[in-house]
Design a protein around this ligand. Structure first.
Ligand code: HDE
Length: 703
């Protein structure tokens, strides 16, 4: 028996029936072999004992029982058995990236926080963007809110801004969070649906929670269907406070705005992406970072005083309300660039522990009751998820500034404090950590009066005005998407009384919306309106709440797919490729075989994706360049027909040559302004920068 496994020849590996390990390759003759040469480190146990055989366990004889004595086997399997930690109860699926924050405008009149006053200073960050409802292995593209959590490793300690891509939330009080989450997660008796709001328990809860209606408008909009994590906005949601040198405090809301503009997919597209690439967003981020296309966000604040807040027609401490940009403009004060993919997903993205309670001197909390509850929850959840109060010592969580105190011991303590003193005050140590009254964290001096109670503030009673404002601020098309999303979701709800209750709420938002949804559900008459706790106010529409209005006229960061087959025109492919690349987008070649095709020029062009596995939903625009024979061959391929039909149905620009045009005819696709001649590269780039919105009515019935 060969014991020297690292030196095994491919033949020997094959004879032993081994699986190829990381260092194995399939040789030209089809045999498995390990990569030869290299200065491999010695494989050891966790105790450093060199391992001689990593392929076979210790057995009493070649056909006998395995021996308990085999500490190599036991250690390896035991460690494996414990490889998983409990996943996050919400936001389990996430993508994390390192980067930096750079301040461009000082807020020194408002705060002492160095991160908000030192212009030009670059602060390292780790940003994790997540879905909320699904498990860690769920798809990237359900209809869902996206978490937007940023850990700033500042000189004064870690500041975690743990927000979402939607500026409001479902509930006003932390005590309702477990109910909300239980309602949205898969139903406990059947364990489905995964990562979906389209089921009875979610809508049942919502129907009984009018305060959710504003958030419902947002989640039914295309905001919950982002095209890319690089194209979402981020919001701190709650009001926070900034405290200046003099101890004065100013309220602040934090915003992230993507440099690539806001962009969403269309529901049918998101559904198909989920099948084509469940890791669509994670892969998109990975590919962008590894290609050096670093996503960037502007960091902006809305600053306002208590006096200004008193004049708002809503209570800013109610997290179901936003402050329209038209009321308090956004002031851009910095930027965040994400530029480094983590070395190891588990060590960093999985183990990162955010906590809204992590703030630095010069920043403080507001009395938002949802925020107040969150201040407790996150540390508590890390204790069960990461298993020890020492999670702050895991490298991804540790501050990058000096830190230390007299907390000691506990599971997995990593540091080795020296000396006999672990308390304060003390007279035995000249260099043990002491409090710093001048520069330490100070809470804003705020007077609190009133009776202790469990009463929801009357100022939180208006549940519909901003929901209505959001809906009326949208373009007609976005309104239709909201109505259609409600019809889709409620059509999955089995209980008719729940469908009716939601439509009843919609009547407070907008009668026309309610009617459209009712029609989509085939109601014979509109259900009654529930009693509103406060009169619905007419608020000025805020165009800043649209997505279409916030898209950028650019192809930067987008992807274009070129479908080719045998005999395709090499010169046209080259021309399109260059025009798209010059416009800042990436190109992928799709062909019936991944090895590529022979072009009209006689040369081979390798493909990036095989047609069956690379549908057009993965691209922002497509080109179809085919010879007559290629078009004929593809007209019999349903994947090719679906490729162009979906591109058309998802309102994408399609560039075609003669062969491409023939495929469109086979697929019954009409000519419109978004179908352009492949030789007219300018027309293609212009069309590719946007969706062909005018086409939508011709391809689907919207509510
Ligand atoms: Fe969270 N939330 N949350 N949340 N949340 C968690 O913490 C919680 C809320 C948000 O990428 C948990 O580490 C309560 C609002 C993000 O690791 C948990 C309440 C907003 C992430 C928790 C809220 C968020 C979390 C689960 C109501 C937007 C992912 C795992 C009072 C402003 C962070 C964890 C990451 C994660 C509790 C409401 C954002 C259980 C109790 C509002 C982005 O602690």
């Amino acid at each position: 028996m060969n014991k020297d496994n690292t030196m095994n020849s491919g033949k020997q590996n094959q004879e032993k029936g081994l699986n190829p390990n990381e260092d194995s390759q399939v040789g030209a003759g089809g045999e498995l072999h390990q990569i030869a040469g290299g200065d491999h480190p010695v494989l050891t146990t966790n105790q450093g004992i060199p391992i001689s055989d990593n392929q076979n366990s210790l057995r009493a004889n070649p056909v006998g029982p395995t021996l308990l004595e085999d500490f190599v086997l036991r250690e390896k399997i035991t460690h494996f058995d414990h490889e998983r930690i409990p996943e996050r109860i919400v936001h389990a699926r996430g993508t994390g990236v390192h980067g930096f924050f750079e301040l461009t405008e000082s807020l020194k009149n408002y705060t002492t926080a160095k991160i908000l006053t030192e212009v030009g200073e670059r602060t390292p960050v780790f940003t994790r963007i997540s879905t909320v409802a699904g498990g860690a292995g769920s798809i990237d593209t359900p209809r869902d809110v996206r978490g937007f959590a940023v850990k700033f490793y500042t000189k004064e300690g870690n500041w975690d801004l743990v927000g979402n891509n939607i500026p409001v939330f479902f509930i006003q009080d932390a005590i309702k969070f477990p109910d909300l989450v239980h309602a949205v997660k898969m139903e406990p008796d059947r364990a489905f649906p995964q990562a979906a709001t389209a089921h009875d328990t979610f809508w049942d809860y919502i129907s009984l929670t009018p305060e959710s209606m504003h958030m419902v408008m947002w989640i039914m909009s295309d905001r919950t269907l982002p095209r890319s994590l690089r194209m979402i906005e981020g919001f701190g949601v709650h009001s926070f406070r900034l405290i200046n040198e003099a101890g004065h405090s100013t309220f602040v809301k934090f915003h992230w705005r993507p440099k690539l503009g806001l962009q969403s997919t269309i529901w049918d597209e998101a559904v198909k992406i989920s099948g084509a690439d469940p890791d669509f967003h994670r892969r998109d981020m990975f590919e962008a970072i590894t290609a050096g296309n670093f996503p960037e966000w502007e960091f902006a604040v809305q600053l306002f005083t208590q006096e200004e807040a008193d004049r708002f027609p809503f209570d800013h401490l109610d997290p179901t309300k936003l402050i329209p940009e038209e009321l308090v403009p956004l002031k851009v004060i910095g930027r965040m660039v994400l530029d480094r993919w983590p070395n190891n997903f588990f060590a960093e993205t999985e183990q990162v522990a955010y906590c809204p309670g992590n703030i630095v001197p010069g920043i403080d909390f507001s009395n938002d009751p949802l925020l107040q509850g969150r201040l407790f929850s996150y540390i508590d959840t890390q204790l069960s998820r990461l298993g020890s109060p020492n999670f702050h010592q895991i490298p991804i969580n540790a501050p990058k500034c000096p830190f230390g105190n007299h907390q000691r011991d506990g599971h997995m303590r990593m540091d080795q404090p020296v000396g006999r003193v672990a308390y304060e005050p003390n007279s035995l140590s000249g260099n043990s950590p002491r409090e710093t009254p001048a520069n330490g964290f100070h809470t804003a001096m705020v007077k609190e009066t009133g009776d202790k109670s469990r009463i929801r503030s009357a100022s939180f009673a208006d549940h519909y005005s901003q929901a209505r404002q959001f809906y009326l601020s949208q373009t007609a098309l976005e309104q239709a998407h909201i109505a259609s999303a409600l019809v889709f979701e409620l059509s999955k709800v089995e209980h008719v009384h729940i469908r009716e209750a939601i439509v009843g709420h919609m009547r407070h938002v907008d009668e026309d919306l309610a009617q459209r949804v009712a029609a989509g559900l085939a109601f014979e008459k509109l259900p009654p309106k529930p009693v509103a706790a406060a009169t619905v106010k007419e608020m000025k529409p805020s165009p800043a709440l649209q997505i279409i209005g916030k898209m950028k006229d650019t192809l930067k960061g987008r992807a274009v797919g070129i479908l080719i087959a045998e005999g395709s025109d090499g010169a046209v492919i080259k021309k399109i490729n260059k025009a798209v690349t010059d416009a800042g987008a990436t190109v992928k070649i799709i062909a019936p075989k991944v090895g590529g095709v022979k072009l009209d020029t006689g040369s081979m062009l390798e493909a990036d994706g095989q047609l069956a596995g690379t549908p057009s939903v993965l691209f922002d625009a497509v080109a179809v360049i085919l010879s007559d024979e290629g078009a004929k061959a593809l007209s019999k391929e349903s994947a090719a027909i679906d490729f162009v039909r979906d591109a058309f149905g998802h309102l994408k620009a399609i560039a075609v040559d003669k062969g491409g045009q023939a495929l469109l005819r086979t697929a019954n696709i009409p000519q419109d302004t978004g179908v352009v001649d492949a030789n007219d590269k300018n027309a293609f780039i212009t069309a590719a920068k946007t969706r062909q919105w005018g086409r939508e009515k011709s391809v689907r019935t919207l509510s």
